[in-house]
Design a protein around this ligand. Sequence first.
Ligand SMILES: [Zn+2]
Ligand SMILES: [Zn+2]
Ligand SMILES: [Zn+2]
Ligand SMILES: [Zn+2]
Ligand SMILES: [Zn+2]
Length: 625
Amino acid sequence: MAHEDADVVKIRGFVTKCLESVGALVEFLGYDYAEVLIPDEFAEHFDGESYFGLSFDFDVARQHEDSEFVTYGSYFLDKVIDLASQRGLACKRHILDENVEGRTLPQKIRGKIAFRNCRATFLANVPIIYHYVLFNFKVSYISDEREDRIIKVLVSLNTGHVDDNMLEAIGSAIFTDSPHTRYTVEQMCSMDDAYRAATGALEERIQATIHELNGRIRLRLATERKRIMEYYDEIDNELKSKRERLLESERKDGIKSIDDKLHLSEIERQRRLNEIQEKNALKVSIMLFSATLVSHTKIRNRYKVKRGKVERDVYVVWNPALNDIDPLICEICGGETLEVELCSNSHLGCTKCVRACSVCGARLCKDCGMVECSVCGDPLCGQCKIVCETCGDVLCEKHVEFCTCKEEKRRKKQEAEQRRREKRLRGFQDIPLQLSESMKRYHDEYVERNMDKLDENWRESIVEAQATMEQGDNVKARAILRKLDQEYPKNAWVKANLVLSYQGWTQKVMSMAQQAVHLAPLMALAHMALGHAYKIHGLLWLWEAIESYEKAIELSGDDEATLTANAHFQIGKMLYDEGNRPEAGYRWRMALMADPDFVPAHQALSQLKPRRRLTTRTTKRRRRK
Ligand SMILES: [Zn+2]
Ligand SMILES: [Zn+2]
Ligand SMILES: [Zn+2]
Ligand SMILES: [Zn+2]
Ligand SMILES: [Zn+2]
């Protein structure tokens, strides 16, 4: 016993103390042998067992075969160490600062806080003791490998806020055990609230690491996955080619066993994949292993803030460790702020919480009934807000009619209106007119532009005009078109067809043709109409007429063959009248090239033929001579 092992003494002392601290009964019944009864609430920690016989010496352990041998690395010592570390440590410390000269503080504080709508006057200052709790968390990130980190979070017990500036300052602070003063202690929030603030901040802080680790895990997983897939693919391929060979040699007996092997390989592959997935999944465990109560003497400066008749006191706290002030706490939202406003009911808040009513200008906080318009967000006081009768939302004067509940109704109405319009539009556009593609485009655009002016009457008249024109009833067609033109003077199709229905020239016909071209400069038919107007004007306008017909040919689309043929034909006819027979013939042949069924061109060409044959024969006869 004289040479008792120092380690045994240490272990025995530690285990006894620790167990007793959780309320266990430890009774030494012999040399280095004890019986322990563990309270029910801690039995869980020892795998549900509440009774143990403990031996602290190897020989003793051999004598008590049922006992737990407690030494380095043993089950029981590990469990006790684990228990001790979970129980944590708590201690108290006080930050020792150099003395602060209170008289110079108002000077230093000036400008650090903005009193937005009130004047602040310094009254007096006094040292007060403030408190923080420093929480030390052990965060373990466990996946295929394990990573432990210690994260410190400092929470002010007076404001309930996490204070990172102060945490940094504490790193180089000098501590004593207690303040050794009789200064007043500032009111504190509960430890539960502080702990909640700390865990909230901790959760945010570990997100970046979790994200980073998950990224690494994904990479590692992809590599392992690839390896597994390749391994089983190789096995499967071998089996499959064996199966193929058996099939070829028609030895069916071995196939069943190969199929079984393939099936097994698939199961094994899935098992391996699940296994690596599970092995790599990130688990995060957090343990609070110690906490320190830190006290600190700060200088509390009392100010009077005043705005009109409203006035009150406010404390600005000088923090000697930071050589700066602590932020003020908004009385309404509880947030930290360096910019405050005074509400008409003397609440002091941040600029988000105290606002001026957008109507009457009264400065009020949320606690005093300041609300926001649900549409534009403008602040409104209790007197100026308007409540929607339908849904109860708050609105400003400008948005009474625009409450979101009415917005929905309005939107539906607009949609219905749009649908009706589209249906009407389709109705007008679907008129069975035989139009070329480009004419159809013009027609559709015209309908869209003028839809509000069009009615069923328009629809019928335009169909009737086309039918009459096709029947060749020029007089009736002209009557309908003239009426249409009076009612709808901006329609180039009506104008052009009206021009084409006249055979005698007037100034009015001419100007209508020009208007048609002006209204639809890319419409071949409009240029046909202008050509026609020049043509019936007389031979003096021959070249103007030809130019317009040429323009019509240039603009006509592939599906306007008859129009192209007609333009060539008209040019040919005018040249023929001028005595230019070869050119006329050329034009008429062009007309037939565009539209082989264009009858007038056939007829005109047949007029030319006899003379041409005669000419040819004469020439031949002359040659013979
Ligand atoms: Zn606020
Ligand atoms: Zn108001
Ligand atoms: Zn208020
Ligand atoms: Zn509004
Ligand atoms: Zn509403």
